[in-house]
Design a protein around this ligand. Structure first.
Ligand code: ZN
Length: 121
């Protein structure tokens, strides 16, 4: 058995890693649901990563799929907020909302001016 956090070999009876102190009870559920998000390290992810991904998706949402990507960025901001990144999480949600509005407005503007829309296609 190996520590999921630092990779140090464990005796098997340890509840906590003898090297980094990580809880070794987690791998049991890890093995049961390997295909789930927790198996991919989603649960252990730094909440700041949600912020970064959320902001990047929000910026992409201005240009592509504002509805889908905007909502994902808002959710990521919410998750980051729930995991302790209160300010950054809120910021991500606000950016997500703004970028969704800008993206949808761009689609609306393009639909009002079909000649420009087709020109840029
Ligand atoms: Zn460890």
């Amino acid at each position: 058995m190996f520590c999921p956090k630092c990779g140090a070999e464990q005796s098997g009876t340890n509840k906590f890693c003898n090297k980094c102190g990580a809880n070794l009870d987690i791998p049991r559920t890890h093995g049961r649901s390997e295909s789930s998000l927790s198996g991919l390290g989603f649960e252990d992810m730094n909440p700041k990563n949600f912020v970064y991904v959320g902001i990047v998706l929000a910026i992409i949402a201005i240009f592509f799929f504002p509805y889908i990507l905007g909502i994902i960025s808002i959710i990521l901001g919410y998750v980051a907020m729930k995991r302790g990144e209160d300010r950054l999480g809120k910021l991500t949600m606000i950016i997500g909302v703004l970028c969704t509005i800008i993206g949808l407005a761009a689609i609306y503007a393009a639909s009002l001016r079909p000649t420009y829309y087709y020109y840029y296609l």
